[in-house]
Design a protein around this ligand. Structure first.
Ligand SMILES: *Cc1c(COP(=O)(O)O)cnc(C)c1O
Length: 247
């Protein structure tokens, strides 16, 4: 892979970022919110490290990936391309317990904690990396909430939410930072994000530190911002259609 993008790709990314920022600002204005309250996470799955480097040059610092192996390689490559940038990498995909160890060295926040088994596996690996002196302090995580209980998209159903947030909050290696959710396609975004906002409120009442709500993607960020999202995860609108293969 070359170390720089062709100029037209760099220009395309700049234009797309301008459009997304415009939408985000307009959504905040419409909702009476300060744009500084809503973080923009660039979802860079399937796109190469040079795209991430361009987005860093354009001012982005937070990136999200959904596959452990691809993400580890990309984070390392971006660190080589932009060694002085302080970047945040968020993991937003389904995470198998045997992949937790591979994610910990580069991850800033895991947003897809949806079972007790996964939470305990992350906690155990955090303890190990502390013992090795590779990390101090707990790892911020979000519990992934499922609006409709569909296991395909991941997430804990409403009936298990309180039990899981209580468990995560009690694990020494994890810091419960809030909730993440993906709106189902089969209902109005407004109804979905209203339900998600309700779950986030309930979680904050039990755990006042759980202030993050990661909700909203390319197609529905306006509705998510209207319902209190504090972090939107934008892929397609920023980087274009996903590539079939990576690297
Ligand atoms: C891919 C992905 C996104 C981004 O989706 P777009 O529609 O491309 O913006 C957001 N969240 C998760 C969990 C994803 O897997």
């Amino acid at each position: 892979m070359p170390d720089v993008n062709p100029p037209d790709r760099t220009a395309e990314l700049a234009e797309r970022l301008g459009t997304v920022r415009g939408r985000l600002d307009a959504a905040c204005r419409a909702a009476g919110r300060d744009p500084a309250e809503v973080a923009l996470l660039a979802v860079t799955k399937t796109v190469p490290a040079v795209d991430v480097a361009d987005l860093v040059d354009l001012g982005l610092t937070a990136f999200a990936e959904n596959r452990a192996q691809e993400a580890a390689a990309k984070a390392a490559e971006v660190a080589r391309l932009r060694p002085d940038a302080a970047l945040h990498w968020h993991f937003v995909g389904g995470l198998q317990r045997n992949k937790v160890r591979a994610v910990l060295p580069w991850v800033t926040r895991i947003e897809s904690v949806d079972s007790e088994r996964l939470a305990r596996a992350i906690d155990k690996e955090v303890a190990r990396s502390r013992d090795r002196g590779e990390r101090d302090g707990p790892l911020p995580v979000l519990v992934q909430y499922s609006v409709d209980g569909d296991p395909e998209r991941g997430g804990v159903p409403d009936s298990g939410l309180d039990e899981l947030t209580d468990l995560v909050a009690g694990l020494a290696g994890l810091e419960l930072a809030g909730l993440m959710a993906v709106a189902p396609l089969d209902r109005s975004p407004d109804a979905a994000f209203a339900a998600i906002a309700g779950a986030a409120r309930r979680t904050r009442e039990r755990h006042p530190g759980a202030t993050v709500l990661s909700a909203g993607m390319s197609g529905d960020l306006e509705a998510a911002v209207d319902h209190g999202s504090t972090a939107v995860r934008v892929g397609t609108a920023l980087v274009g259609e996903r590539r079939i293969t990576s690297e």
